[in-house]
Design a protein around this ligand. Structure first.
Ligand code: PMV
Length: 316
């Protein structure tokens, strides 16, 4: 293969609107993709390597650390005809519950597929992206990689029942305005997923009931999104947050941020992603409230940015 050939690909980040953690345990979750999460360019090379800006990371597929192991797992699963060098750029912040690792993995996968002119079904792509994601998350539900591949707003379930789709697009009746606030605390999704699994092992019946309660919040939330009932959706954010706190994945900082957002007029607020730090999302009705919530977060030293789902400007 000519060494000046290149393939390009991209992957999206995501925000989980409702249902993180319970989605690991077979319940549904509702998520929205963040466009422009990560992009990658692949070219043939002597050895397989990946460099990631702006992290300043450079790994080979034989390196025994997470990024190198993820690259190794992905290229082994892809059965490539020759080694590849991939240069990637990640835009979504890492360790923030916004799906940066899945965005990167999907960007690498898509770039390498483009290089070798391979096309594949979403299911095949999802399986390969999961080989990458498992290195970081141990037991990922697959929602991050599914959203990184598909985009839009969707309901996701790990193991669909008869007649159910794994990823089902959801059409918001009107744009959903969020403020995404960063707690500034790095978060390990794997550690949080393990924490929830420990609680489940200690009191399975009680925790299963809690998972079911969140599942019904997700289904009610999906209907609220489709109806454009953001007042109801905001209440569901708050209810979901209470359950996440009882699963011990919230933090004092995240609670403080949710409270500040609500006091500034948000319809509801919750952590998003794995928790233990990372990001909070607040639902707001209009731009004025969005500005007020951002100001309230800034007063407690937290950075944030607005994000509109289901509108033409819905980009990260
Ligand atoms: O922290 P993130 O962006 O990887 O989101 C994780 C979402 C969880 O539900 C906590 C884990 C999963 O695999 O679904």
């Amino acid at each position: 293969m000519r060494t000046d050939r290149t393939g390009r690909g991209s992957g999206r980040g995501k925000v989980i609107l409702l249902g993180e953690h319970v989605v690991v345990h077979g319940r549904p979750a509702l998520a929205a993709a963040l466009e422009g999460g990560a992009e990658a360019t692949a070219r043939p090379a002597e050895t397989t390597a990946l460099s990631v800006a702006p992290w300043g990371a450079r790994v080979s597929a034989d390196d025994d650390e997470p990024l190198g192991r993820a690259l190794g797992a992905l290229v082994r699963a892809m059965e490539l005809p020759c080694a590849v060098a991939v240069e990637a750029r990640v835009v979504v912040p890492g360790g923030a519950g916004l799906g940066s690792s899945a965005a990167l993995g999907v960007a690498v996968l898509r770039a390498v597929d483009a290089l070798f002119e391979r096309t594949r079904s979403e299911d095949e792509a999802q399986e390969l992206a999961l080989a990458w994601e498992r290195v970081f998350h141990g037991n990922p539900s697959g929602i991050d990689t599914a959203m990184a591949l598909a985009g839009g707003v969707a309901r996701y379930v790990r193991e669909p029942k008869e007649g159910e789709k794994r990823l089902e697009p959801v059409a918001p009746r009107r744009p959903i305005r969020l403020v995404i606030g960063q707690s500034g605390e790095g978060a390990s999704t794997k550690a949080m997923v393990d924490e929830v699994a420990r609680q489940h092992a200690r009191a399975p019946a009680k925790v299963e009931k809690l998972f079911d309660a969140v599942a019904s919040i997700v289904e009610t939330g999906r209907a609220a999104v489709e109806r454009g009932d953001h007042r109801a959706l905001g209440q569901l954010f708050d209810m979901n947050q209470a359950f996440l706190a009882s699963l011990m994945v919230s933090t004092a900082e995240l609670e403080e941020m949710c409270a500040a957002a609500r006091s500034a007029g948000a319809l509801g607020a919750k952590l998003t992603g794995g928790g233990g730090g990372g990001c909070m999302i607040a639902l707001v009705e209009d731009d004025e409230t969005s500005t007020a919530v951002a100001a309230a977060l800034a007063r407690i030293g937290r950075e944030s940015r607005p994000f509109v789902i289901g509108a033409p400007e819905a980009t990260a």
